[in-house]
Design a protein around this ligand. Structure first.
Ligand code: MG
Length: 402
């Protein structure tokens, strides 16, 4: 659908935004505000933020809004919706929106494993999916990429690093790539020793130096689990083995990743840390148009810095490589264990360093399967959440269930 440039120029792309009230969702709608002649919102979904969803419905006048939390849906006053906009609820609400024949692009901005359902439904219908939910690929990368290939769907990266790689690879065949290098800011605890992280508070971990994001990904950035998940995400998006995916710390977050080609050339994509740019690129691909993203100020640039990641302080990164190598059920276990551990940390129920320890324990004790079905991945996900729910770093584990 993207090969006919004149067609793209003359018609607006019709979007469904899953997770429209979160950080990526609101940035996406900001892009729509600036590119209203190219983008049209057909559907919006939120989990429980009914009030924000209603405001968005009034502004963007979609055909459908969906609330996935049954309690929030019960409380929602659908009579307040603008004319022509319908509230969808229940298990099939998201699938109904994303599979509509008039939808061109589905933006999956739901946080966590909950994002899989919408991505799956969209790919089954052969849609283009702008993937802002890396957990979907971590959890079920093999099945998701296979489904996309089988149904003629497309996966376009929104994660800034993966968008950078995708942009740098334009015009080059995949076999010309020698390696990719994901950059990461290093998070709020860059330069600290492991001992210094024993007592960090939730507030300190939520204070990211360069990116403003939701709480889950901000904690993932502080543990470097975010980079671990991104290694796995890259493994599936670009079909590269983990030994050809590297990570380098770049505190300024201006260079969003590198691609090294067989001939030794390295291409990178640069821009200020602003998610609206990778979102816009996915929505207007392959075109580039003026949009809302901030620009580099060339007069203020002086130096960019790089350092190797500190694997001792941030062992999460190695978990990412291990999971990218082993595949199978490992991605579902790491992702679910991490989500459960981050929730416990945010509640004050686990220490910061326990997040990665709990993930390590879940990976060590899970029953591995190399080629799981979607149902088996769902079982692994559930098992890992329960395992982390009862995990305690002060007592010895006594149970191994499943
Ligand atoms: Mg990223």
């Amino acid at each position: 659908m993207f090969t006919d440039a004149t067609h793209v120029m003359s018609s607006r792309r019709r979007l469904v935004v899953l997770g429209s009230t979160g950080s990526i969702g609101t940035n996406c709608l900001d892009v729509v505000d600036h590119l209203g002649d190219r983008l049209e919102v057909l559907g919006l979904s939120a989990h429980s933020s009914g009030e924000t969803l209603l405001q968005q419905a009034r502004r963007y006048r979609p055909r459908w809004v969906a609330l996935t939390d049954p309690e929030a849906a019960r409380r929602f006053d659908a009579s307040q919706l603008p004319d022509g906009c319908r509230l969808l609820t229940g298990a099939d609400a998201v699938a109904e929106m994303v599979q509509d024949s008039e939808v061109d692009v589905v933006v999956t901005a739901i946080v966590g494993a909950a994002g899989l359902l919408g991505t799956w439904a969209a790919l089954e219908a052969g849609k283009t999916v702008a993937v802002a939910n890396k957990e979907t690929l971590v959890l079920a990368g093999a099945l998701v990429t296979e489904l996309a290939a089988r149904r003629g769907g497309k996966l376009l990266p929104v994660d800034s690093e993966h968008s950078a790689i995708f942009q740098a690879m334009q015009g080059s065949p995949p076999e010309a790539v020698e390696r990719i290098v994901l950059t990461g800011s290093g998070g709020p605890f860059r330069g600290r020793s492991r001992a210094e992280l024993e007592d960090v508070t939730v507030e300190e971990a939520l204070n990211h130096p360069t990116w403003r994001m939701g709480p889950k990904i901000t904690i993932d950035s502080a543990t470097l689990m975010n980079k671990a998940l991104e290694v796995i995400e890259a493994r599936w998006l670009f079909a590269l083995p983990p030994e050809r995916i590297e990570v380098i710390v770049h505190p300024e977050s201006v260079i969003h990743s590198f691609v090294e080609f067989k001939d030794g050339s390295v291409l990178a994509q640069l821009s200020p840390p602003d998610m609206r740019l990778p979102i816009q690129y996915a929505l207007t691909y392959p075109e580039r148009v003026a949009g809302p993203a901030r620009r580099l100020n060339w007069r203020e640039l002086s130096a960019w810095h790089f350092e190797q990641p500190d694997h001792e302080t941030f062992p999460a990164l190695q978990l990412g490589y291990e999971v990218a190598r082993r595949g199978g059920t490992c991605g579902a276990v790491l992702n679910a264990a991490n989500e459960a551990a981050v929730e416990r940390f945010l509640r004050g129920d686990l220490d910061f360093l326990d997040i990665t320890r709990a993930c390590r324990a879940a990976l060590d004790h899970h029953q591995y399967s190399p080629t799981p079905t979607l149902a088996e991945l769902s079982d692994s996900d559930r098992w890992a959440r329960q395992e982390v729910g009862r995990w305690n770093n002060r007592t010895t584990r006594t149970t191994t269930i499943k």
